[in-house]
Ligand binder design. Structure first.
Ligand code: PMP
Length: 346
């Protein structure tokens, strides 16, 4: 018999999948952790569980407590589901620019959702500051009643990836991994895996795959936070160095435009059957660049962070893609034909 006792036990242990197109293109084994298969549908279930377990152990999150967080969506879904299974309530602050599918998923997960305007971190009304203030107010009213998860700067986030994601990658490749690449939001995944793999194999090459509009790639390459352009990807990129990202052993970085990443996820669905979100496209583009840099015969690992169904109205919507200057594959046009206007129909 093999039975998982609860939702927490079902987080992680995801399959490592060979990406056929990326492997054939580069002559490398390009592999990806299928993190959309987590209970809440994303890599952030790991972060949520890692943060909650750490807070429970430290006595910061008491039985029947309230979890408070600022999140672009996936961490909130993970916290709400992990919280529900462990007897905690969840209050989420998120920017009002995130996909309707993610907002609905959060509400379905039972979270108390507060949408706030999308402003830079330096603005006191950034969603993360809203969450911190809310927890502080609750704790003034009743000490210990609310816990601010603080995914960006609470390093229990990256430590959990070192203890789980990195170990799984090491074991699933039997130590043959030559390179790891992924994007960063909090930086927990990239930093945690980087620490875990470098400890086992110092020569492993670690790369950041950064969407245009984020300042992190320039920071890794030139030591200075600077950004240009923008991206429709969600949950990744940053204008600051978080505690989770800080000091991580990252060797190089790639700045990836949407015109490079989105076609990869369209092709992955059409030819390989995996339906993934925008950050996974950025990760795949980074994996192809890293594989080319390392040369044929190497093993490169990346992350499929969440499912494309969470972004149907953007990533799989021909008019939206055209508006953004992103190519629309023929099969997607056939699947979602644009209703002709009166003028063009005549
Ligand atoms: N991909 C998606 C879809 C995400 O939601 C996030 C986190 N917001 C990331 C990637 C980045 O992960 P991390 O926070 O560990 O850097």
């Amino acid at each position: 018999m093999s039975i998982q006792s609860d939702l927490s036990a079902a987080v992680g242990h995801t399959p490592l999948i060979r990406l056929r197109h990326a492997s054939e293109l580069t002559g490398c084994e390009v592999l990806a952790k299928a993190e959309m298969l987590n209970p809440g549908g994303s890599i952030k279930d790991r972060t949520a569980l890692g943060l909650v377990l750490d807070a429970e152990q430290r006595g910061q999150l008491l039985p029947g407590g309230v979890i408070v967080e600022g999140t672009a969506g996936n961490t909130g879904i993970g916290l709400a589901l992990v919280g529900a299974s462990r007897g905690h309530r969840t209050v989420i602050f998120m920017p009002n620019t995130q996909s309707a599918e993610k907002i609905a998923a959060l509400k379905m997960a039972g979270a108390d959702v507060h949408l706030v305007p999308a402003v830079p971190y330096s603005d006191p009304n950034h969603y993360s500051h809203h969450a911190r203030r809310y927890a502080e107010t609750q704790n003034v009213a009743k000490a210990g009643s609310a816990w601010f998860a603080n995914q960006f700067d609470n390093t229990a986030n990256r430590d959990y990836h070192t203890a789980t994601t990195a170990v799984e990658i090491w074991e699933q490749t039997a130590g043959a991994v030559d390179g790891f690449v992924c994007s960063a939001g909090t930086g927990g995944t990239l930093a945690g895996v980087a620490f875990g793999l470098k400890a086992r194999k110092p020569g492993v090459r670690i790369a950041l795959s950064d969407p245009t509009g984020s300042a992190l790639a320039n920071y890794i390459l030139h030591g200075e936070l600077a950004a240009s352009g923008n991206s429709i990807s969600e949950g990744i990129g940053s204008s600051r160095i978080t505690a989770n990202f800080d000091g991580a052993p990252i060797d190089t970085a790639y700045s990836i435009p949407d015109t490079e990443s989105v076609p990869l996820l369209h092709q992955l669905l059409e030819a390989e059957g995996w339906c993934v979100g925008g950050s996974s496209g950025v990760n795949m583009a980074g994996a192809i660049r890293l594989a080319r840099e390392l040369g044929p015969g190497h093993t490169v690992v990346t992350i499929l962070a969440d499912a494309g169904t969470r972004y149907q109205a953007k990533l799989f919507n021909p008019p939206f893609l055209r508006e953004k200057g992103i190519p629309v594959p023929a099969w997607l046009d056939r699947a979602f034909p644009t209703t002709p206007t009166r003028a063009t129909a005549a």
